[in-house]
Every structure is written in C-alpha cells, then in structure tokens.
Design a protein around this ligand. Structure first.
Ligand code: UDP
Length: 376
C-alpha cells in the first residue's frame, strides 16, 4: 500500500511527489502519456528543445518558489520580449512606450497617455468583460489591432463574452520596457524543462502510458491517498456536463536557416491568420545551431479525449466547475490539484506554490480541490 498515488506527472504532480518523498512517504506516479512532465515537456531535436505543448517561460515574484525550483536546476537569463505582427507591421509587446511610438509616432509618455485617455473614455463604470477592460486599459487602437483578433481566435469567444481578468495578465507601461512580465525572477531551466521534472521525480516510481481512470477501482486500493491532476469533469465521467477547454494544434517545421524571426515569440494578432503565434524554440536557450525549428500554434475547439490546454473561465463554466468542486469534497480520499483539476488558468509558479501549500497543511488531512480548501 503506497501512501500516495499521484495521477499525472506535470508540475503539480511532480512537486507533490517530490515533497511527499522528502517527508518519508511512499509514492507512485501514474502518467497517461508516454513521457513525464505534462505540458512543460520538451523534445530535443538537433540540440534544440522543442516546447512540445506550447511555449513555457518561467516567471515568478515569489521568493520561496524561485528558491525551490533553483534547488533542482539553474535558470538562464531569458527575458520574454515577444513581438506582435499585425498586417505585416511589427509592434513590441507588452503594451509600452515602444508600442505607442510604433503606433502613433509619439515621443513622450504624456503624449501616449493623452491618446489612450481620449480613446478609453467610451467605457464608463467598471468594465464588465474583456473588451471593456481592454479598451479602458489601452484604448481602441490597441484593442483593435493587437487584442481583439488574437483574443477571439485564442479563446473561440467574442471579447464581450470573456472575463476581464484574462487581459489583466498583461502589463501596460509608460516606459520603454519590453519585458512581457512584471515578475522579479524569470528564465528557462538550463538544459530545458525536462531537467527540472527529472530532478523532481528522481528516485520516485513512475509508470507512464497508464490511464488511472480506465481502472480506477483497482488503483484506488493501492494507496491511502490519491492526488488527481487530470480534468475534474472527466474524473466524474462528465456526469454534470462538460467543462469547456480550449485545444491547440502545433505545426512544427525545421528550417535551413540559422535565425528565422529573431525572437522566441511572434504573436499574429489579426483574426484572418489562423494561428496565434510562431515560436522559434532555439531563442529560449540562445541556441547557435545552423538550423532552426519553428512552431505555429493554432487554437482549436476541444473535444473529450483530446489534450485540454486552457480552461475557459467564463461565468457558465465557473458555475459548472463549482458543482464539480462540491462533488470533489465528497471524495474523502482524493486531492484535486493543478490546472486541469482546479479548472484554473494558472501560471507555473502558482501551480508550484499550491503544491507546496499542500505540504505545509499536512497532506493527510486534506481532500477536495486544492485552491478552494478553507484554511488557505
Ligand atoms: N493578448 C492579446 N494580444 C497579444 C497577447 C495577448 O490580446 O498579443 C491577450 C489575450 O486575450 C490572451 C491574454 O492576453 O488570452 C493572455 O496572454 P498570455 O500571453 O498571458 O497567454 P498565454 O501565454 O497563457 O497563452
């Protein structure tokens, strides 16, 4: 009998497993895919780590999380400074003085502010959705060119039907600063993300290619406690209905050139281009190879059985999630944690933070959805 059976070897599962082992608990990790690491997994080709399930850039302001991950792997000094391509013109991201200068040929922050202040006047009162939030942050020009098309293709919903918080992730600055994140710490694990996952799972029994849900009764008898990191609605056989996720399709290409786009990430912000971004993987680790690999990222409608990427945290899905969360509290043997089990648009550092909180709370006494636990 194991102390813990951990379903899923992504960041939540791997951190939980590592901490359980450190606490002297016996642990078995089951992974449905044929590799560990969840969506941070990378595939090495010709010395370049391909971010197989989409680009991951680690960033955090949390000292404890930063110290934690640095125990396992060093991080390089990559800073994400993506570009936006709108109808063939390039603009800096996030929205900052460089973007404003490119759009309006202005010189000072006061000039940029005057333009944005005038454009944002059409929104009165508290923004009720992503469109209103975006216009009230950056005005109509930026909304139209750099936000509307990108957001609607990414999420498959009109900006008026999406929650405002999604756009609040992006900084708006009146300085010439192209760092996409405001966090104090940022980087990519030296040697790639697989190093981090391998170090977390070092010495832990892992079985890949195993689907817990297909034989759950048998697996449940194998451990005192289950840590489930898959989709919460799938766990309950979709019995209250399906939660909505956004899917992704990746189209990766090898190019006979050293440097294709000069930066790791270029967003394509117009609606007419079907992909949201092109990633050139070598730039995450400052690769000097004579060839390069790029990946076009296409958002797609998700169907059960496919990889779920983004939870669509709008009102109706949140209501359904709350019902599943109530069912989860009745599963006294099971902890539900991570992006899919908590149905949350999480960044990596928050996933790690929550897995570490489980440890501080004494894992044995908790069950239900991690982020909803009362004592937090
Ligand atoms: N976004 C946008 N234009 C961009 C980049 C982002 O409108 O060029 C908006 C969009 O609504 C997106 C949100 O900002 O869903 C968050 O973007 P982020 O880059 O954080 O998304 P992720 O990297 O998690 O896919």
């Amino acid at each position: 009998m194991y102390d813990y059976l951990i379903v899923g070897s992504g960041l939540f599962g791997a951190v939980f497993a590592c901490e359980a082992k450190r606490a002297g608990k016996s642990t078995l990790v089951l992974e449905r895919r044929n590799h560990v690491g969840g969506n941070v997994y990378c595939e090495e080709r010709e010395g370049i780590n391909i971010h197989k399930y989409g680009a991951h850039i680690f960033h955090t302001s949390d000292e404890d999380v930063w110290a934690y991950v640095n125990q396992f792997v060093a991080f390089n000094n990559f800073i994400n400074s993506p570009m936006a391509n709108y109808q063939g013109h390039l603009y800096n991201l996030p929205f900052n003085m460089n973007t404003f200068r490119e759009l309006w040929d202005i010189v000072t922050p006061a000039q940029a502010k005057a333009i944005i202040d005038e454009q944002r006047q059409i929104i009165m009162g508290e923004p009720r959705n992503l469109e209103e939030q975006a216009i009230s942050l950056v005005g109509t020009d930026i909304y139209t060119k750099l936000i509307k098309g990108y957001t609607e293709k990414q999420w498959g919903h009109s900006c008026t039907e999406l929650p405002a918080f999604i756009i609040k992730r992006l900084p708006v600055r009146y300085t010439f600063d192209n760092n996409y994140f405001n966090d104090r710490y940022q980087g990519i694990p030296v040697g790639g993300y697989n190093r981090l996952i391998e170090a977390l799972l070092d010495g832990i029994e892992v079985r890949t290619g195993v689907d817990f849900l297909k034989d759950r009764a048998a697996y449940q008898t194998m451990a005192k406690k289950i840590v489930y990191t898959g989709s919460i609605d799938e766990y309950f056989g979709y019995k209250l209905g399906q939660l909505e996720y956004r899917g992704l399709r990746f189209d990766t290409e090898r190019l006979e050139e050293e440097n294709h786009q000069g930066v790791a990430v270029v967003n394509y912000t117009e609606r007419e281009i079907p992909y949201t971004r092109i990633i050139e993987h070598k730039h995450f680790e400052f690769g000097k190879q004579p060839i390069t690999y790029i990946t076009r990222e296409y958002p797609i409608n998700w169907h059960p059985g496919e990889e779920a990427y983004y939870p669509v945290n709008n009102e109706s899905n949140q209501k359904l999630f709350q019902k599943y969360a109530a069912l989860a509290t009745q599963e006294t043997k099971t902890i539900f944690g991570g992006r899919l089990a908590e149905y949350k648009y999480y960044d990596m550092d928050d996933v790690i933070k929550n897995a570490l909180k489980c440890k501080r709370m004494d894992f044995n006494r908790i069950n239900g959805v991690v982020s909803l636990l009362r004592s937090w």
